[in-house]
Design a protein around this ligand. Structure first.
Ligand code: SR1
Ligand code: MG
Length: 427
C-alpha cells in the first residue's frame, strides 16, 4: 500500500516520463512520448484523472491525491483508497466481466492506476442532462448489480471466504466515514459544508435539522450501512460512476468499496435515476420537450429493479454454494417451497433497504456538501429549487414511510405524480 515518502503527485511532465518508462504502456501508446497529448480531465471530488493518447492507443490514468480535491489540503484523505479501488476493480472484473474498465497497470506507492481508455463513452449523468436515452443500460447495470454482490455474499461463499473478503476491504474505513458523515449525518444537522438552493429551500433544510422522525429513520439507515457486511459494494454507484455509450456501459471509480448492505448500491442507482427525472423539467427548452426521456427514465427505474431481482434470484436458485441457507435444512418439496418463500422475503427486505438508501442518497445531493450536475446545471435557482423540492418530497416519503413503497411501481407512480407538483418555497 502507498507509503508516505514514496509518493509524489505526478504532474504532466512526470507522468509522461513515468508512462514512457513502463514498457507495456509505452508500447500500447506508441510513437514519440514527447508528443503524447496529456489532459487532466478529473471532474470528480477526490482525484486526478488524465487522458493520455499516443500514436497507437490511449489510456486513462487515475492518481489519488492525499486530500479531498473538492475541498483542498485542509481535508486529508488516505492514499490507500487507490489500493481498494484497484482491488475492487479486479474483483468486479472477475465477477462481472466486461463491465468495468480493463486494468493495465497499478503502482501502490504512487496510488496510481492506469486503465483502458473508454471511448466514446461519456459519464452517464452528463448524457442524461442532455436527455440521452441508453437502451443498453438496464441489461448491463443489472448484471453488475446482481453478480458482484451475489458472488461475494454468504449465499455464494463459504463463511471463511466471506470473512476474508470483509477483512480485505476493512481498511477502507476513511472512505466509509465520508459516507457516514456526508450522507447519513450532516444534512440533518448544522454542518459548515452543507449547502442548498437558498433561500428557496431554507424551510426544507430547517425541517431536516428539526424532524426527529427523520433523524431516527436516517440513523437506522446509517447503522445498517455501518453494521451489515452482506457483500462487496461499489460504495458510490451513482450515474457519475457509470460511463456509457448507447449500447455499452462500464462502472468506474469503486474507491468507496467495502462489505456493506446490498441495498446501498441498489438505492444509489435508483436515486440517481430519480434525480435525473426530477431535474429534467429544469432543463426543458419548451414545455414537454423532454417527455420521451422522462418516460424512459421511469421505465428504467422499474426495469432496473425488476431485472436486478430476476438475475439475483436466478443466481441464488442456480448457485447457492455459500454457507447460508444450508441445502440440508431445506430438503424435499416442502423445503424447496419454504426456501423459495424465503428468497421472496429476502428480496422484499432488500427492496425496502434500497428505498431507504435511495432517499438518503437523494437528500444528501440537495442539502449536503456534494451536489450533482443534474440539478446544479439548472441555472435559474428558483426553477432548480422546484425540481429539488419535488425530489425531496419523494425522498422524505421513502425515508419515513418506507413500508408504503411495496413495489417499484409505487416509487415511480409517486414520482410521476410529483412531476408537476408546485412546492411552497421559502423567500
Ligand atoms: C468529499 S467526497 C464527496 C463525495 O464524492 C464522492 O463521489 C462520494 O459520493 C462522496 O460522498
Ligand atoms: Mg467517484
Amino acid at each position: 500500500m502507498a507509503q508516505a515518502g514514496d509518493y509524489r503527485i505526478l504532474h504532466e511532465a512526470d507522468l509522461r516520463d513515468y508512462l514512457a518508462g513502463v514498457p507495456d504502456l509505452n508500447a500500447l501508446l506508441g510513437g514519440d512520448p514527447a508528443v503524447w497529448p496529456i489532459t487532466e480531465v478529473g471532474d470528480g471530488n477526490l482525484n486526478l484523472v488524465f487522458i493520455v493518447k499516443g500514436a497507437k492507443g490511449g489510456v486513462a490514468v487515475k492518481q489519488a491525491l492525499p486530500y479531498v480535491r473538492l475541498v483542498g489540503e485542509s481535508w486529508p484523505l488516505p492514499l490507500s483508497r487507490a489500493h481498494y479501488e484497484f482491488l475492487a476493480l479486479s474483483r468486479q472484473a472477475e465477477l462481472a466481466p466486461g463491465l468495468v474498465p480493463a486494468l493495465l497497470h497499478h503502482n501502490e506507492a504512487l496510488a496510481l492506476t492506469v486503465m483502458e481508455l473508454l471511448e466514446p463513452h461519456i459519464i452517464m449523468r452528463k448524457g442524461m442532462v442532455a436527455a440521452t436515452q441508453y437502451p443498453g443500460f438496464v441489461d448491463d447495470i443489472t448484471t453488475f448489480m446482481a453478480r458482484t454482490p451475489f458472488f461475494t455474499s454468504d449465499l455464494a461463499r463459504s463463511a471463511a471466504e466471506k470473512k476474508q473478503g470483509i477483512a480485505a476491504f476493512a481498511g477502507n474505513h476513511a472512505l466509509c466515514k465520508i459516507t457516514e458523515d456526508l450522507i447519513f449525518t450532516d444534512p440533518y444537522r448544522v454542518a459548515e459544508q452543507n449547502r442548498w438552493t437558498a433561500p428557496y429551500l431554507d424551510a426544507l433544510a430547517a425541517e431536516l435539522r428539526d424532524n426527529m422522525e427523520l433523524h431516527v429513520a436516517v440513523s437506522r439507515l446509517k447503522l445498517k450501512f455501518m453494521a451489515s457486511p452482506e457483500a462487496l459494494l461499489h460504495g458510490d454507484l451513482h450515474t457519475g460512476s457509470i460511463m456509457v455509450t448507447e449500447r455499452q456501459m462500464r462502472v468506474i471509480d469503486p474507491e468507496f468499496a467495502f462489505y456493506g448492505p446490498m441495498g446501498f448500491d441498489i438505492g444509489a442507482v435508483l436515486a440517481n435515476l430519480l434525480m435525473a427525472y426530477f431535474a429534467s423539467a429544469g432543463h426543458e427548452r419548451a414545455p414537454g420537450d423532454r417527455q420521451a426521456f422522462e418516460g424512459w427514465v421511469l421505465e428504467t427505474v422499474e426495469k432496473v429493479w425488476a431485472e436486478f431481482a430476476r438475475k439475483f434470484l436466478d443466481l441464488w436458485r442456480a448457485g447457492a454454494t455459500g454457507d447460508a441457507y444450508p441445502a440440508s435444512l431445506f430438503a424435499g418439496e416442502t423445503g424447496a417451497a419454504r426456501l423459495e418463500a424465503e428468497r421472496q422475503a429476502y428480496m422484499q427486505r432488500l427492496f425496502a433497504d434500497a428505498v431507504g438508501f435511495a432517499a438518503a442518497k437523494t437528500i444528501r445531493r440537495i442539502f449536503g456538501l456534494a451536489h450533482n450536475i443534474d440539478f446544479e446545471l439548472i441555472e435559474d435557482s428558483k426553477k432548480r429549487a422546484i425540481c429539488e423540492a419535488r425530489a425531496v418530497r419523494l425522498a422524505r416519503a421513502m425515508m419515513l414511510e418506507t413500508a408504503a413503497f411495496r413495489t417499484v411501481a409505487d416509487v415511480t407512480g409517486t414520482a410521476r405524480k410529483l412531476r408537476d407538483w408546485m412546492p411552497e418555497l421559502s423567500d
